[in-house]
Design a binder for this molecule. Structure first.
Ligand code: PNS
Length: 183
C-alpha cells in the first residue's frame, strides 16, 4: 500500500466575494490538512464584481487571525487548470463545501474531471447549515438591492461590496475593470 498522497489540499473558488460559508470551509479544511492552499480562480467565463487581486486580498483578510489561519495560504490560480495546479504544488486533494443537492450536481462533474485529468481527488465537507442560504451570487443580489448582508460576509467585504456597488450605479464613480456576475 503506498503512503497517503497528501498533507496539503486546495480550496478553489471564484470567491467573488468570499462569504462566511467559504471561510468556514477553509478553516475546517485547515483542521484536516497540514496546509490549505486557497486557489482564487480568474474564471474568465464568469464576469466578476471584484478583480482577481481584490478577491485574493479579501480572502486573506477574512481568515487573518482566525484559528488555523497560519496553515492557510491564499493565492491566485490565474486561468490555468486547477487539476494541473494542484498536482504541481503537491496538493492533489481538492476540498469543497456542499450546501445541498444542487451544489453536489454542480461539483460532481468537476470532481470527476479533476480526477480524470490529474488523479486529483475531491473531498466534500458538509456545509454548516447556518450558511446554507449563503452564496456569493445571492449576497451580491441582496446587496445590489440595498439589502443587509451583515453576517453573510466578513465585515470588510460588506464595506467593499457597498463601495463597489455604489461605483457601479449610474452616475457613480468609475467602473471596475470587470462587470458583475458569477455564482
Ligand atoms: O466558486 P466557483 O466559481 O464555484 O469555483 C469554480 C472553480 C473555480 C473551482 C472551477 O471553475 C475551476 O476549477 N476553475 C479552474 C479552471 C479549471 O480547472 N476548470 C476545469 C474544472 S473541472
Amino acid at each position: 500500500m503506498p503512503e497517503p498522497a497528501a498533507r496539503r489540499c486546495v480550496c478553489p473558488g471564484s470567491f467573488d466575494p468570499v462569504t462566511v460559508g467559504h471561510v468556514d470551509v477553509i478553516l475546517r479544511a485547515a483542521r484536516l490538512f497540514e496546509e490549505v492552499v486557497v486557489a482564487v480562480a480568474a474564471n474568465p467565463a464568469k464576469r466578476s464584481l471584484f478583480t482577481l487581486d481584490e478577491r485574493v486580498a479579501m480572502v486573506r483578510e477574512a481568515i487573518a487571525g482566525r484559528p488555523g489561519a497560519e496553515r492557510v495560504v491564499v493565492d491566485a490560480l490565474g486561468d490555468g487548470l486547477l487539476a494541473e495546479h494542484s498536482r504541481a504544488i503537491g496538493a492533489p486533494v481538492v476540498v469543497k463545501g456542499l450546501r445541498g443537492g444542487t451544489d453536489f450536481a454542480y461539483e460532481l462533474p468537476m470532481a470527476l474531471m479533476n480526477r480524470h485529468l490529474a488523479d486529483v481527488e475531491t473531498v466534500f465537507l458538509a456545509g454548516d447549515p447556518r450558511f446554507e442560504h449563503v452564496s456569493s451570487s445571492l449576497v451580491k443580489e441582496v446587496a445590489g438591492h440595498g439589502g443587509d448582508v451583515r453576517g453573510l460576509v466578513p465585515p470588510q467585504v460588506e464595506t467593499a461590496l457597498r463601495e463597489r456597488l455604489e461605483q457601479q450605479r449610474p452616475g457613480g464613480a468609475a467602473q471596475p475593470d470587470q462587470p458583475q456576475g458569477g455564482r
